[in-house]
Write a protein that binds this ligand. Structure first.
Ligand code: ARG
Length: 837
């Protein structure tokens, strides 16, 4: 219905008549009626004047509001801060906000804060009140919150006034005289507005860790329920004097987007950005430990959630460690011919406000080489003013450095200083040093032009190990390698594969064929024996074209329902009845994208609806675990390894799962179609050790309706084979790098099918005929954790076929380590038997 038209033309009911009279045009001859309407008359003039006056009054009112009252619109602004009271001694009662001692001192602090603010007109005008939240030792540190009501547009001026006041007191330019307390180290900053939203329910805890016992901090409901929405929880943690606190998360599973749910850890008892050690969300596995150490005996943990997506949450242990403990002690003298040192608490987060110094000295005449296998030192700016590692007299490093960053020190002495400031900590670094003879900087190794040393075995192996390619220059290649004109060697099986691996095309030149070889239409050469063997060995399948009846039926490309064998390459769904009974053209309502505007290219976000058969399998109420593909309105194909029980979760039970169809962004589950499962059928011969037969079927509880974002993918014929070099597309929400987090938006990448024999060699003999290998052997493009079960799709005859199911790999995207996929044609009959599809 056209909405502009519909409502006006006909409205049934009593108004019909009014409408008719209102729009009936007067006949020109009806003089009486015409006369009646001629002028506005007195009443009309009065009404007009009243309307005019009202409009004028409204405009004046708006102007007055804008220029006068709007100035009075005020924002609530909260500053959190700490200050040191130098002329008081800490007593235990200060830990208890209900004690008289606490209240007395808090009142004095509040009075003095008020007089401090009165020194600046910006602050005194808008100041409302202060609240002391806690005290800690040293002499006494007070943690407070000051509230201002700041007119719109004036908040920057107040920010400046607050920070210049802090600066004055922390630089000891002045000390407070307006009362009995002497303050210094006054620090304050505006509180992040996300931490005081009124809409949240807020809870505060105060806990004191003792040496004899640990304290537990956990999200509300943990471990029985997901955490509660719209909540704000704060834990003030303390230890005894002379100790620091260690907070170790043993479970951490929050929503991935930190702007929704997050945990913040502060090196303070109030939420001051200057002391924010980290803001965390998402998932951390215990092998990637999340541990924080404070610089003093206090710490603050805040947990904020919004209304949607509640995850299992977290649990952390709080222990106190003595300042003298070797766990946090760092620095020292090193003198052996090689050694190791790390930032404190490595590989977990180093403490804030820490300095460590290592003095390394080796015998006269030798030189020192420093190497950093891991280096993650937080920084906000490139010249490392915050946290850094200084190699005195040489260089200063910060940020994230490549693995094994090397710093040669041409001397027998060097001092390394690590420094962290009060905010933002990181995982730190591990370092090694070794000596070398100045005359032989790379003993038994190859020295790159950039002074790195690499193992002799990687020289001329086709990979750039030096970083400046010098290990691949001037190579004499052995028989298994192609000699590129530019001096590189590349593996021989990359010759004539239509990819410029040398970089100067040498590997793709002279691809003519030898005697005993067949020249494909695309100029590729394959053994003569492979012609008309039923398997397409040329990438364009031309070795199977024009084969006579005598050649066929030993191995065919398609078995028709009427018993006929077809040798034509890819006869399925190509619009021609090759079988005679149309069986090669049935079940072809699949594999079509609703939106096929762009070509698929490697490693990037998919378009909405580009993979309408892609499914995201979630363990109920938690998060994405595996992918799957839609093959009918009731059936999905996934990997068998996704549906194996473990100690905690019954993955084999249909009730564990929920399937999201038509999903694009993990965050937008509400836009997708959710289905529960009726049954899961893992392949009976799935082998959990070898990943052989890694395929499973899932039946949905209710059929789905197909749409622009939900479609089936075509199943290949049992006889389909995917020749090496064929481009296939993988898609999923899995990790975007090895060990990394899952992708929030569906990703796609193109990879090439790899010859099974070559792959078996590369993968240490673990490849069976039920597996297909695909990847980019130079590394960098692959499926990864979380992509499992998802499709490896092949584009043929204008539609997509499910060539493989993401199964396993050696790490992700490593060079010479392709991804391994379940070879779907091998399971075509089994799928038919179980699902009827
Ligand atoms: N097994 C992994 C999963 O459960 C998928 C691994 C794929 N790895 C690869 N390098 N292609 O998500």
């Amino acid at each position: 219905m056209d909405p502009m038209d519909g409502g006006m033309r006909y409205t049934p009911g009593s108004s019909d008549k009014d409408w008719d009279t209102a729009v009936t045009f007067l006949p020109a001859s009806d003089n009486k009626k015409l006369e009646k309407k001629r002028g506005p008359g007195k009443v009309g003039i009065v009404v007009g004047l009243v309307i005019l006056a009202a409009v004028l009054a409204l405009i004046i009112g708006l102007l007055v509001w804008h220029f006068h009252f709007r100035k009075d619109l005020k924002l609530q602004k909260i500053y959190t801060g700490s200050l040191r009271i130098t002329n008081q001694v800490f007593v235990d009662a200060y830990e208890n906000p209900d004690s008289t001692e606490f209240k007395d001192l808090a009142n004095q602090v509040m009075d003095q804060l008020k007089s401090m603010y009165s020194e600046s007109p910006e602050m005194s005008k808008y100041y409302i009140t202060s609240r002391v939240q806690a005290f800690s030792e040293g002499s006494v540190i007070a943690y407070y919150e000051s509230e201002f009501a700041v007119p719109v547009g004036k908040d920057a001026a107040v920010d400046r006034a607050v920070s210049s006041l802090s600066e004055m007191y922390s630089n000891k330019i002045r000390r407070v005289q307006q009362g009995p307390l002497v303050f210094d180290h006054v620090v304050s900053s505006a509180l992040d507005t996300r931490l005081f939203s009124k809409a949240r329910t807020s809870t505060r805890f105060a806990q004191h860790a003792r040496s004899s016992a640990e304290e537990i901090v956990k999200s509300p409901g943990f471990p029985d329920q997901p955490y509660t929405p719209n909540s704000f929880v704060q834990w003030q943690l303390r230890g005894d004097p002379g100790h620091v606190l260690k907070l170790s998360f043993d479970t951490f599973n929050l929503e991935k987007n930190c702007s929704n749910d997050f945990v913040r850890v502060y090196d303070s008892l109030v939420a001051m950005d200057k002391y924010l050690m980290a803001e965390k969300c998402g998932f951390y596995s215990p092998s990637n430990p999340l541990t924080f150490i404070s610089s003093r005996n206090v710490m603050l943990v805040t947990f904020v959630t919004n209304e949607e997506e509640n995850f299992p949450g977290f649990r952390a242990r709080v222990t106190q460690i003595s300042r003298e403990s070797p766990e946090i002690a760092c620095g020292g003298k090193l003198s052996g011919s090689s050694g190791i040192f790390t930032s404190p608490n490595f590989p977990s987060y180093y403490p804030a406000s820490t300095t460590c110094q290592w003095d390394i000295e080796v015998p006269d005449g030798k030189f020192i080489k420093l190497k950093f296998p891991k280096f993650m030192v937080s920084t906000g700016s490139p010249n490392c003013p915050e946290d850094n590692v200084q190699i005195v007299g040489k260089s200063t490093l910060c940020g994230q450095q490549p693995a094994n960053t090397m710093v040669p020190v041409n001397s027998n002495k060097v001092t390394v200083v690590f420094k962290s400031d009060s905010s933002q900590v990181d995982r730190g670094f591990s370092a090694t040093y070794e000596v070398f003879e100045p005359s032989d900087p790379c003993p038994d190794q190859f020295q790159c032009d950039n002074k790195r040393c690499v193992s002799l075995s990687v020289r001329c192996d086709g990979w750039n190990d030096c970083g400046d390619s010098t290990d691949e220059k001037n190579c004499k290649c052995d028989a298994s390698m192609i000699q590129c004109r530019n001096g590189f060697c590349k593996p021989m099986f990359w010759r004539c594969d239509s990819v410029n691996d040398c970089g100067d095309d040498t590997d793709e030149l002279n691809c003519g064929c030898k005697i005993g070889e067949f020249k494909c239409k695309n100029d590729q050469c394959v053994s003569e024996k492979l012609k008309c063997d039923g398997n397409p060995d040329c990438k364009d399948g031309s070795d199977e074209e024009g084969c006579t009846r005598g050649d066929i039926c030993q191995a065919s490309t398609f078995a028709c329902s009427n018993g006929k064998c077809i040798t034509k390459l890819k006869p399925m769904c190509d619009g021609q009845d090759d079988c005679g009974d149309n069986s090669d053209e049935s079940n072809c309502d699949c594999g079509k994208k609703a939106y096929s505007k762009s070509r698929i290219v490697g490693g990037q976000e998919a378009d909405v609806g580009e993979f309408p058969w892609q499914v995201s399998l979630h363990v109920k109420n938690t998060a994405h675990v595996c992918g799957a593909s839609v093959i009918s309105d009731r059936w999905l194909v996934t990997a068998a390894h996704c549906v194996q029980d473990d100690a905690k979760i019954k993955y084999a039970q249909p009730g564990t799962w929920e399937a999201y169809l038509g999903l694009h962004r993990q965050k937008e589950k509400q836009l997708a179609t959710k289905r529960y499962l009726k049954q899961i059928i893992p392949h009976p011969y799935y082998n959990a050790y070898t990943y052989d037969n890694d395929i499973a079927l899932m039946e949905l509880d209710l059929p789905v309706t197909f749409s622009a974002t939900i479609q089936t993918i075509c199943l290949p014929a049992a006889t389909d084979v995917f020749p090496a070099g064929e481009t296939v597309t993988i898609s999923g929400w899995g990790a975007t790098r090895e060990g990394g987090a899952g992708a929030p938006v569906l990703q796609k990448a193109n990879v090439r099918v790899i010859n099974g024999t070559v792959c078996n060699e590369l993968m240490g003999g673990q490849i069976t005929s039920r597996m297909t290998c695909a990847g980019i052997l130079t590394g960098g493009v692959d499926a990864c954790q979380g992509d499992s079960g998802g499709p490896m799709s092949l584009f043929t005859n204008d539609r997509m076929f499910l060539a493989g199911v993401v199964s396993w790999g050696d790490g992700c995207a490593r060079r010479n380590k392709p991804g391994i996929y379940t070879n779907v044609p091998k399971f075509r009959a089994w799928i038919k038997e179980k699902t009827g599809v």
